[in-house]
Structures are given as C-alpha cells and as structure tokens.
Design a protein around this ligand. Structure first.
Ligand SMILES: [Zn+2]
Length: 470
C-alpha cells in the first residue's frame, strides 16, 4: 500500500513534468506579441465593413500584426498582456477632426452668446490675459485626459504655443495634428500674421518626424482674421514644408457677409481665387457654402469637418452635410473647443450629426449609423492624410484601437452594433484605449497621465480666471 502510494506520486509527478514541458514546447512555437486584445465583435471599418465575431487582435511594435478568430490568434501568438473581450466591441479609435484642446480651461465660461460676441468680448480678451505656456499645457493635458476617457485616439488641434501642445500630447500618447495658429490679431505667442507664420515654420521644422504620433501643421484661423495676402503666404509656407492646413471655413453668416463686403466674393470663392486649396486642407464647419462653393470644395479635395454641437450652440447654422457627401466631399466630425460644446465627446457628436441632418431634411434615411461611424474613423483618416496608418483595423495598420463595454443596461439587447455605437454609447462605456500599440487606458486606469495632478492644476488656474471675470 505504502509502496503503491509512492508509485502513484511518482507517476503523477512524471505526468505533470511531461505536460508542463509539452505546454512549454507549444508556447515556444508561438510568437510572443506585446498585447492580444479580444472582443466579442470587431468592427474593422475596412472597405467591406467586415465585422468579426469572437475575434482577437495581435499587437506588436505599435502595429496590428494579426487580426482573426480568437482561436486562431491563440494558436499563433502568446502574450503577457491579454485584454479580455467578453461583452466588448473593438473598433478603430475615434478621430476628432477639429478642436482647440486647451480651451477646456474655458469650458462654460461664456455660454449662450453669438459667435462674434463670444469671440470678441469673451474668448479673445480672456486669452490675451491668461493664455501662456502653462495655461496651454494644463488645458491640453485636461483635454487629453477627456479624449482618452472617451475613446478619441487622434485629434486635429488649433491653438497657441504648438510646441507646448505637442509635448503634452506626445507625453499622454495620443496622436495629433497640431496646428500652429496663424492670425493677424495679436495672439499670446505672435504679434501679427507674419510673426505667426515665421513661428509656425520654425515649429514645423523642429517637429517634423520628431515623433511618429505628432504631425505639425499650420492653422490659419479664418478669412476674417487674415487678409488674402496673408492666407496666400500661409499656404505657400505649408506647401514648402509639405504640411496640411486646418482652417475655420464658412462658419457663420458673419463670415459670409464679411467676405462679400471685403472681397466681393463668398469666402470659399475668395480662397479659391488665391489657390488656397492647392494643398491638403482640413476645413472646419462649412455651414454656409453655395452650390458653386460645394463644387469647388469637391474639385479641390478639401476635407470638411462637421461640428454639429458647436454650430447649434453658437447658432451658426446647419451644415449641408448630405449635399456635400453627394458631391463627393469627404466629411469628418469634430467637437470644436470645449468652450463652444462644452465637452470633447465624439459619441455625442456622432449622434447629433445623424439626428441634425435627419430633422433638417425631414428624412430619417439620411446619414445612417454606418456612414456616421465612417466619418469619425476612415473618412477622417483620409482627410488628415493618415489613412495608411489609422481609421480601420487591418493587418499592418498602426494599432489605434478602442474597446467599448456592451454590458451596461443601455446596450441591451443588441441587434445592431453600429446603431448602438452611434445612438447609445457614451464616453463612460469606453473601457480600453490603445494608441500606436501603447495601452493608454484600461478600466478607468490611465497609464500616461497623472489625473490627480491635472485636477489640482485645473482648480488653481480656473480660480484665477473666475476671479478676474467677476
Ligand atoms: Zn474652432
């Protein structure tokens, strides 16, 4: 009996050793990758709108190495960082095509005013008084925190001190096209248009190819803050440095009237007359284009960023999105700055983009959910010139991936994923954010930001601002 027990132990020991070495044998044949992210469904946003079920993505060295059935991924790869996919939807990170990140510090400061009253009597004076490098750093960090929280992985920014913004964005790990703002008004970091253009060129020279996630660009503010010569010069420098331009375009009736009075033409026609659109242009708003101007934008491949909340809040008008789509114009979605929104929530923006067009046209069939999702991902990637890197989940693309939890009550039942993402999902449902293969957020944990420090600095800065406007 005694001997038998000993033999049984010996046999058990041999079985354990052999099974262990067997597992190790298989493991060594599997390729090690940085992260394996699983999901019940993966919305690839590829050209066939493929949705993969019970799938997984193998991420290595910042890129999507493989994407397939979970079983197949598990047979081929092993990892030390596995992100579970039960009740989760994975999709490309959202692209916010137009914002002013640091304006999060002016969130809610002068609501319920017209664009020009809001700009001239509140925003511009406050910016003159408070905006310095520190303001921009704190505001940008707050914005990055909010964008990561909500599943935005790339954004197009336009603000002052672009180097400060770029450093903050690079540090938090988001991908950004950061504009050096050009205006003929005195701004916190430039005396006039020429000074701003010179500063912009220096910034571009320093930041081009500095990191793989930051693209320095030029941001001429608008046709009413620059004259045509200055706009022409901005385009010349952009083309010289091979950088895109981001501009506010045809945003308000004020701009329309200003352009007609000043140049005898509407703003898009006036810009076209100086060949401003010869070079990549990311045009924010485009609320008031004429039929002829829509043709110009289509012909010149100008990408349009729709900002429904800002347009509604400032009563700028309703952009003719369906007419522009019909003309073949690429449309993306943006939040604009938090001072005119008042948040950076791309889910809300997608929802409002769809609803606003439906009610305006009295046609529920326009702008279906899949079109809106494409606007916030693949189309936006094309507009900003990053479509070979981001905007869809395919082998070889940079790994900019978000995972949305679908187990909360408002996602039940689940008949149509695209519908839920546009009409139901909100920021708090985002559970995982990966940019360039790096995990930025998982289950309310932020890995690149000191959120406590940001909150403290925001409180100190906002107290100063609040005291000054009383
Ligand atoms: Zn704007």
């Amino acid at each position: 009996m005694h001997r038998n027990i000993n033999l049984s132990y010996l046999l058990l020991f041999l079985v354990m050793v052999s099974s262990n070495s067997c597992t190790q044998g298989v493991n060594t044949e599997k390729r090690h990758v940085d992260i394996i992210l699983e999901a019940d469904h993966i919305l690839t946003m590829n050209s066939s709108d493929t949705i993969l079920k019970n799938a997984a993505i193998a991420i290595n060295n910042g890129v999507i190495l493989d994407i397939d059935d979970k079983k197949i991924i598990d047979q081929k790869y092993r990892t030390d960082q596995r992100i579970s996919g039960k009740n989760k939807i994975a999709l490309p990170g959202l692209i916010n095509g137009h914002t002013h990140a640091a304006m999060t510090l002016l969130r809610g400061i002068a609501d319920d005013r017209s664009l020009i009253d809001w700009l001239n009597n509140y925003i511009f004076p406050l910016e003159q008084e408070f905006v310095d490098a520190d303001f921009v750093r704190i505001g940008t960090e707050l914005a990055c925190w909010e964008m990561i929280r909500g599943g935005t992985t790339t954004f197009v920014d336009m603000y002052f001190y672009p180097e400060v913004i770029s450093k903050a964005v690079a540090q938090c790990g988001l991908r950004g096209l950061i504009s050096s703002t050009v205006s003929n008004n005195q701004t916190p970091n430039a005396k006039n248009a020429q000074d701003a253009i010179n500063g912009g060129k220096e910034y571009i020279d320093r930041w081009t190819n500095k990191t793989s996630t930051i693209t320095p660009i030029l941001g001429p503010h608008a046709i009413y803050t620059l004259n045509l010569d200055q706009l022409k010069e901005t385009r010349r420098v952009a083309n010289l440095t091979d950088t895109p331009i981001s501009i506010h375009l045809s945003e308000s009736e004020f701009e329309l009237e200003y352009s007609k009075t000043t140049y005898g033409m509407t703003s898009i026609e006036a810009l076209d007359s100086i060949d401003f659109f010869k070079g990549r242009t990311i045009a924010a708003h485009v609320v008031w284009p004429t039929k002829k101007e829509i043709e110009i934008l289509a012909e010149r491949n100008v990408g349009v960023i729709h900002n429904p909340t800002s347009n509604m809040k400032l009563a700028s008008g309703i952009a003719p999105i369906t007419e522009m789509l019909d003309a073949g114009i690429l449309i993306g979605i943006g939040t604009d700055g938090a001072a005119s929104n008042n948040d950076l929530d791309m889910w809300e923006e997608m929802r409002l983009a769809a609803l606003l067009q439906k009610v305006t046209q009295m046609n529920p069939e326009v702008l279906p959910a899949t079109t809106v999702l494409r606007m916030a991902t693949t189309n936006a990637a094309k507009i900003i010139g990053l479509d070979e890197k981001v905007g869809k989940l395919e082998i070889g693309m940079d790994a900019d991936i978000i995972q949305v939890a679908f187990d909360d009550v408002h996602h039940q039942p689940n008949y149509d994923i695209a519908s839920h993402l546009v009409y139901v999902t909100d920021e708090q449902d985002v559970e995982t954010v990966i940019v360039n293969g790096k995990l930025l957020m998982h289950k309310d944990q932020f890995f690149t930001l000191d959120t406590e420090k940001i909150s403290k600095e925001v409180a100190i800065m906002s107290t100063k601002i609040a005291t000054s406007i009383k």
